[in-house]
Design a protein around this ligand. Structure first.
Ligand code: ADP
Ligand code: ZN
Ligand code: ZN
Length: 675
């Protein structure tokens, strides 16, 4: 007689530790298999995370799983360790991370004809046509050294590849990948990118470089079936390269041999909902668990990453100049709109520079971080402002469709014909967004071809792609837009970059705001002068004497990063402390804050009873943007100099919070991007 086997099953339920079930007769479960189990009245797909031949559960209470799903290989040990680590670190149950990380096909109960569907998912990928011609470049010294360093590394090796836009980072990633395949043709590589839609050029380059490899991508734009197919190809080792956004971090890559994180500072690597993980941080963790190299690339690494370079934990690889012979960086001028004559918001120096550039038949980029026509509409008679009725912010005026739109909750309404308070019919747009700048450009340079690129202009599928193609084809003279214009595109003939409205970011109360402004500025600067045209960058700002502009003029990121780290260290703030944020929302701010007060008392109890000295708990406060979509929101910050201590404390605190009976909705964010 064979002994019964018991399996421990992780389920996608908050706080629930893995549950024990009996294996059905005649089945042989393995750790990493999935199975369908009864859970209360429901049936759920769970993940087997442990096996045993005994249990404490009395025989009459033992439950048997309904179906073992082992038609695919079990999930690997490293993948299990990664999901377990993420669950512990971000305060979720193992199943919440592991099951939720699977494509819906693998996390839902098998439908009829499951096996046929599985076979269909295994259909081989057709080779995509390689559009880009591949030319074998000879690397410059910096590039060669970077490639060699990774090639010669052993075991877990975290690298930071720092180089301005156009310094040849992508070329370096490709060569690093090539070396991995040379040693191990069946190796798998994970290539993380911030937003897949903005990087079609990148994908095309990777495909052109590795025409014989199976390359799959994973991002939120994929249909369920496509995602399941890509996932399975990675899991079954049929795909060698996975290019994906943050969600790709939980893919199963049994032969993983190298991880690349491009634009590692990008905010999109941090999830803003559900399990609030940082794909960048987990990429490093994965490399550590697998004992392989990880390369974090950026022109402006995050301060978290830079501090690890300075403390010797990460090795720095620097590309010190632009790779294309003759390419240069733009020369910087800062002009103060308070001290110069301005026409419709443009300083005269900017106007002259634009005219000159257009005369030379070169292209201009105008960058401002604000879409819409005007950020607020006002009544000059009574002072009325276009507030959003559901948020503590203003509704933005969009002129082309004549609407007021809240960028936080999506509320929108036709623009009022007259002031709702006093009836005055002359409402005035205040300030300028991309639409208004587009209009002004049309008035100042009527013969110029102006193209606006922002979220509103690119709603239609392929709109962004077509717009960028128009820029490449030289069909555009002036490109105006938000951050979207700054990301990852090789523009051929841009020789002038103008930045409007950066000041709001420089005077923000958020300590990370200036760091992000610098990353934005460096990135747009990178759009100009890529192919041998001498280039200029003009920034309109009242704060021309700030350190940020001195560093920008030299394109000297280390100087600026070291300066900011000095301030952070003196102020004892991130990355020198670790943080977690408890966020609560309710119908009124008093309810939200009341819950947070209670949470604070619980925290203080735990600290006292369990001797968690070194954990600091702040007072609950309303969030900077307090009301969004009729929910009033508060937050409570906890901090510690020790990450380990904080994680242990959070575990206990989280448990006690879960036992609080409340109608307030709350979430915890470990390593929050903003506090
Ligand atoms: P980044 O990723 O840092 O923005 P890329 O790898 O895209 O830089 O390189 C920018 C441009 O320089 C590309 O057109 C690329 O083909 C070219 N390039 C890269 N390395 C070299 C090199 N060693 N010699 C000549 N051109 C290069
Ligand atoms: Zn009025
Ligand atoms: Zn709103």
């Amino acid at each position: 007689m064979t002994h019964p086997i018991f399996v421990s099953v992780a389920l996608d339920v908050p706080l629930l530790p893995p549950l024990t079930y009996k294996a059905a007769d005649g089945t042989s479960p393995k750790v990493g298999d999935r199975c369908v189990v009864p859970l209360g009245k429901r049936q759920e797909v769970g993940l087997i995370v442990g096996l045993s031949d005994q249990t404490d559960i009395p025989a009459e209470k033992q439950k048997t799983y309904i179906r073992l799903l082992n038609e695919t290989e079990p999930l690997g040990t490293t993948w299990l360790k990664l999901t377990k680590f993420s669950a512990d670190y971000y305060q979720h149950s193992w199943g919440e991370v592991a099951i939720a990380g699977l494509p819906s096909f693998f996390r839902s109960k098998p439908r009829p004809r499951y096996l046929q569907s599985l076979e269909r998912l295994r259909k081989p990928f057709a080779k995509k046509k390689v559009t880009e011609q591949q030319t074998e470049l000879s690397l410059n010294d910096d590039q060669r050294q970077a490639v060699e360093a990774v090639k010669n590394s052993h075991g877990f090796a975290p690298f930071v590849l720092h180089g301005v836009t156009g310094s040849g980072k992508t070329e370096v990633y490709l060569r690093m990948m090539e070396n991995v395949f040379q040693e191990k043709p069946q190796a798998q590589i994970l290539f993380l990118v911030p937003e897949i839609n903005l990087t079609p050029q990148l994908e095309a380059r990777v495909r052109a470089h590795f025409p014989d490899k199976v390359i799959v991508s994973m991002h939120s734009g994929l249909a369920n079936g496509e995602r399941a197919r890509a996932w399975l190809a990675c899991h079954e080792k049929r795909a060698q390269i996975l290019i994906g956004t943050r969600m790709a971090i939980f893919a199963s890559l049994p032969n993983l041999a190298l991880v690349v994180v491009d634009e590692e500072h990008d905010l999109s690597y941090k999830s803003g909902e559900g399990i609030r993980y940082s794909a960048r941080d987990l990429a490093v963790k994965w490399a550590q668990l697998k004992s392989i190299a990880v390369v974090l690339g950026s022109a402006t690494p995050s301060l978290e990453t830079w501090s690890k370079v300075r403390s010797g934990h990460y090795r720095l690889l620097t590309l010190s100049k632009r790779a294309v012979p003759g390419a240069c960086l733009p020369a910087l001028t800062v002009v103060n709109p308070r001290e110069q004559k301005t026409v419709k918001g443009f300083c005269t120096e900017v106007i002259d520079a634009i005219s000159e550039t257009l005369e030379k038949k070169q292209q201009v980029i105008i960058f401002l971080n604000r879409r819409g026509y005007a950020p607020v509409l006002t009544c000059p008679t009574c002072g009325w402002l276009s507030k959003c009725p559901h948020c503590s912010t203003y509704a933005v005026y969009h002129k082309y469709n004549g609407r007021l739109v809240c960028h936080h909750c999506g509320w929108s309404s036709p623009v009022y014909r007259c002031c709702p308070d006093c009836g005055n019919v002359d409402l005035i747009p205040m300030g300028a967004g991309t639409q208004r700048i587009e209009e002004t450009l049309g008035q100042l340079w009527p013969q110029a071809r102006v193209l606006r690129i922002d979220r509103d202009s690119t709603l239609r599928k392929n709109a962004a792609k077509e717009a960028f193609e128009a820029v490449h084809a030289g069909e555009v003279d002036i490109l105006v837009g938000t951050q979207m214009v700054a990301k990852g595109h090789d523009f051929q003939r841009v020789s002038l970059v103008v930045v409007l409205n950066i000041d709001a970011q420089l005077v923000s109360a958020n300590p990370r705001s200036e760091e992000r402004a610098f990353a934005n500025l460096m990135q747009v600067a990178g759009r100009a002068g890529r192919f041998g045209l001498p280039a200029r960058m003009i920034v309109q700002s009242r704060f021309g004497d700030r350190e940020i502009f001195a560093a920008l003029a030299q394109q000297n990121y280390p100087r600026y990063a070291d300066y900011l780290l000095g301030i952070r260290k003196a102020e004892w703030s991130v990355p020198y402390v670790s943080q977690a944020l408890l966020m609560a929302d309710a119908t009124t701010i008093d309810k939200a804050l009341g819950f947070l007060e209670h949470a604070k008392a619980l925290a203080e109890n735990i600290i006292e009873e369990e001797h968690f000295e070194g954990i600091v708990v702040y007072d609950p406060i309303p969030m900077a943007l307090m009301k969004v979509a009729d929910k009033e929101r508060g937050q409570l910050l906890v901090e510690s100099g020790s990450k380990l201590l904080l994680t242990k404390f959070l575990r206990q605190w989280y448990r006690s919070l879960c036992s609080v009976k409340t109608t307030v909705h709350w979430t915890m964010d470990v390593d929050p991007a903003d506090v």
